[in-house]
Ligand binder design. Sequence first.
Ligand code: AHR
Length: 502
Amino acid sequence: MKKAQVIIDRDFVVGEIDKRIYGSFIEHLGRAVYDGIYQPESEFADEQGFRKDTLALVKELNVPIVRYPGGNFVSSFYWEDSVGPKEERPARVDLAWKVIESNRFGLNEFCDWTKKAGSDVMMAMNFGTRGMEAALNLLEYCNFEGGTKYSELRKRHGYEKPHNIKTWCLGNEMDGPWQIGQKTAEEYAILAAQTGKAMKEMDPGIELVACGSSHSGMPTFGEWEARVLEEGYDVIDYISMHQYYGNPDDNTSGFLASNVDLDQFICNVIAICDYVKGKKHSNKTIHISLDEWNVWYHSNEQDKLLPKWVQKPHQLEDVYNFEDAMLVGSMLITILRHADRVKMACLAQLVNVIAPIMTSDRGAWRQTTYYPYLHAATYGHGTALQTIVKVPSYKSEKYGDVPYLDCVVVWNEAKEELVLFAVVKDLEEDMELSMDLKQFADFQVVSHEVMHHEDVKAVNTEEHPDTVVPTQCKSVYVENGILYGVLKHKSWNVIRLEKVRR
Ligand code: AHR
C-alpha cells in the first residue's frame, strides 16, 4: 500500500476562495436552454416555463454565477432578437452550432431564471459579427436606470429595474478558427480595450473578462494573452482560460494526469499576467476566469451525424463515467490550489450539454460529475491552505510525473471546519493517509464522503441514476492530533473535521 503524507499549516495560505470558482455555464446550444432549463409544455414547468426539477438540482449545487448565452453561439447572436414580446421575436440562424435559434428564451428570461436559481449572471457579448456598439447598447439595456433608448426599451419589456449585471465577457474564444469573426491578437486587443473602456465609462461598477487563448495548445498562446493585456491592462479585470480534456485512447491513468496540464496552464497564464504587470510598473493584478472547463469527448462522433438547421438537437450530450468524475474532482483541486489567482471558473456546462445535470420529459438526474462539483461548491469555502503532498508518482506519456494523490485542504474559519479534498489515482491499491493537524489538533472527523466504483466506465443513466454515488466511510480518524486512515484506490474523497466542542 502506498503512503501519502499531507502537510499543512494554518498560517501557510494560498488565498481566500472566491465562491465564483463554482460557477457554471448555460449556452444556447443543444438542449441546455430548451428542455434543460426552459420547457413550458413540460409537467415540471413553473409559471414562467422554467423546469422546476432542474432548478431544484441547480439550487442544490448552489451555483454562484452562470455564464450566458455562449460560447461560440454568442459570436453571431443578436441580443435584440431575444427580448420583447415572444410572438414578435424572430427565429435566427445559429452559425456556430448550425441550428435554428427560436429566441423563445432570451436575456430577460435568463435574468429571471438566475434569480430563481440564486445565481449571478456572467454576460458574454458578441465580438464576432458585432462589437462596441452592440455591447454598449446591451449594457445600457441591462444596467442603465432609465431615460434612454435602451433602458426605456427594457422597461417597456416589463423590467422597470435594471438587471445590474456586474460581470461581462468581452467576446468568446476570439483566437479560434472555428469562431465566427475570429480575430488576430492585434485586432482583438484593440477592440476589447476600446469597448471595455467605453463600457466602464457608462458603468464603472462592472468587471470585465478578456478572452485568453481557447486552450493551452493554441498556436498563439502566450503572445495572445500578452498582447491583449498590454493593450487593455487598465480596463481588464480577468483574463479567461478554457480547457477541456478527454480519454479517446482509453488510457485511464493518462487521462487522470490531465489536471497536471491544467496546473501548468494556470501557472503559465499567471506568469504572463505578471510579466505585463511588471512591464507596466502596475499595482493592479489580473486574475483568471477559467470560464469553461470540463471533460468533453464522449459525444464528438455522434454529433457529427446530427442533422443541421433543426432546433434543440441532442448535441454534446456526454454521458459521464466514474473516471470523468475523478478528473473533475482533480480539476477542482487544481483550481482550489490556485485560489489566490483563479477567482472565477465555470464548469461547462450546466444542463444536458456536457453537463452534470441531464433531463428528459420524465425528469432530471445527476451525472457522476455532479458529485465532486456539489461537494466542492458546498464545502470548499474559506481559505485554501498550501497543501504539500508527499506521495509516490507515476509517469504519464503526455504530462510527465503525476502524484498518486491529488489533495487540497480548505480552512473555513467562520464554520471552524477543515476540509480535505482528495483524489486517489492508484487504480489497484488503497492508500494510507496521514496528516499532522498541528494547530487543528483538537479537531475530529465529522464525515468522510467517498466516491468509488470498481468499474471506471460506470455511468448514471435515467434508468439507473444511482450507479455511482458518494457514500459515507469510516476509514479515517484522529489520534494524538494526527489524521490517519485508508483511502480507497481510485476514489474521490471529502473529509471534514470540526473542532471538538466540550
Ligand atoms: O462549451 C462548448 C463550447 O466550447 C463553447 O461554445 C466554446 O466556447 C468552446 O469551444
